[in-house]
Design a protein around this ligand. Structure first.
Ligand SMILES: NC(=O)c1ccc[n+]([C@@H]2O[C@H](COP(=O)([O-])OP(=O)(O)OC[C@H]3O[C@@H](n4cnc5c(N)ncnc54)[C@H](OP(=O)(O)O)[C@@H]3O)[C@@H](O)[C@H]2O)c1
Length: 330
């Protein structure tokens, strides 16, 4: 059967998505970004990947977050993305803000990891080939490398922009002192850091990075807002078949302690009283921080994505709700 051509929703920019400026830049990011860490690799069902991609774009998500080693297996999430560009998304390239990263182990030997110029530039070249792109909108150093001189990593990032292979630069999971050096180094070379990417959610707070980014004119992009699914309804009644925990992919069952489950159940009651799913409330809590530019959602189905998109209609938290949430998590 010949599949019909993808025709995106004509009201995609009127569907309620909010767009927020990343730091002091010209870039507006969608409040929700779509992440490709899991659920888009070679082990995933391509039809499902395609439906999630189209659902995201149809609902105004313009930001897509990848990295060289997303899959599993490594590189295959970028390959899936390249396939999606080929079959339907290429006409919309200029409506999309596409991100990749390098910093973790990618290929064997001394040049496939960390923060050397050799690794970052070769890795981005590979990513562009896999994604079928001429450039990415944003390239991140995925982690700080304590062994490589900071100037080497940072100058490689500057040069990547000068070569036209990325329009903007970001840093992810860098400790404060190194991040401060990065903000200054990049600013002085007229390649200001667009954003910092870190983990901020109800269970794991990253206020220091958020505030430091804002003070340095950078945005903040949050990942794992649901703590990989723990802060959703996914594990309220055990470990469902097919879930990330059941698949033992980066989330192991020892995380689901009785103490944590009690907290999750109590948070779920707060969400219910707000008329929301727990996932929605957890996302709303992160987005309530005015210095958070975008939250990257990772979903395994269109249903989850639609549930998460409802966060755009979430009411602000009352002082009482905030107090109850903090009491639960104390
Ligand atoms: N910079 C970094 O170092 C870094 C690190 C981690 C992630 N990231 C980025 O951030 C993105 C998101 O991270 P994440 O995948 O950990 O995000 P997350 O939102 O914390 O977890 C996503 C998982 O939660 C479950 N879920 C999502 N929505 C749900 C809903 N409405 N109801 C029930 N369950 C739901 C799904 O689990 P199931 O699969 O079980 O269905 C989904 O795979 C990644 O794709 C990546 O782009 C960056």
């Amino acid at each position: 059967m010949i599949e019909p051509l993808y025709s995106p929703a004509s009201d995609r920019y009127e569907s309620g998505m909010k767009y927020k400026r990343s730091g002091k830049s010209g870039v507006l990011m969608s409040a929700l970004s779509l992440g490709f860490w899991h659920n888009f690799g070679s082990i995933s069902n391509f039809q499902n990947c395609k439906e999630m991609m189209h659902c995201a774009f149809d609902n105004g998500i313009t930001c897509y977050d990848l990295a060289n080693n997303y899959g599993p297996t490594y590189g295959t999430a970028e390959e899936t993305f390249g396939r999606l560009m080929d079959i339907s998304m290429a006409p919309y390239r200029d409506e999309m803000f596409i991100t990749t990263k390098a910093g973790y182990d990618m290929w064997p030997g001394p040049y496939g990891n960390w923060g050397s110029r050799k690794y970052l530039i070769s890795s981005l070249n590979q990513s562009l080939r896999r994604m079928h792109l001429e450039y990415v909108d944003l390239f991140y150093s995925h982690r700080y490398d304590p062994e490589t001189p900071l100037e080497e990593t940072l100058q490689a990032l500057v040069d990547i922009v000068r070569q036209g292979k990325a329009l903007y630069i970001g840093i992810s999971r860098w400790p404060k002192e190194a991040a401060l050096t990065a903000y200054q180094y990049l600013r002085e070379r007229d390649v200001p850091c667009l954003c910092y990417q870190g983990k901020h959610n109800l269970l794991v707070r990253d206020d220091d990075s958020i505030n430091t980014a804002a003070e340095n004119g950078a945005g903040y992009v949050g990942f794992s807002a649901l703590e990989q699914g723990l802060l959703s309804g996914r594990y309220l009644n055990g470990i469902p078949e097919g879930s990330r925990m059941a698949r033992r992919e980066a989330l192991t069952s020892d995380r689901l302690t009785p103490e944590l489950l009690t907290k999750i159940k109590a948070l779920n009651e707060v969400a219910k009283a707000r008329g929301e799913s727990l996932a929605q409330m957890s996302l709303a809590w992160v987005l309530a921080n005015p210095n958070v530019t975008s939250v990257i959602i990772g979903t395994s189905s269109v249903e989850q994505m639609k549930d998460n998109l409802k966060v755009l209609q979430s009411a602000p938290f009352t002082a009482e709700e905030q107090e109850t949430i903090e009491k639960i998590l104390k």
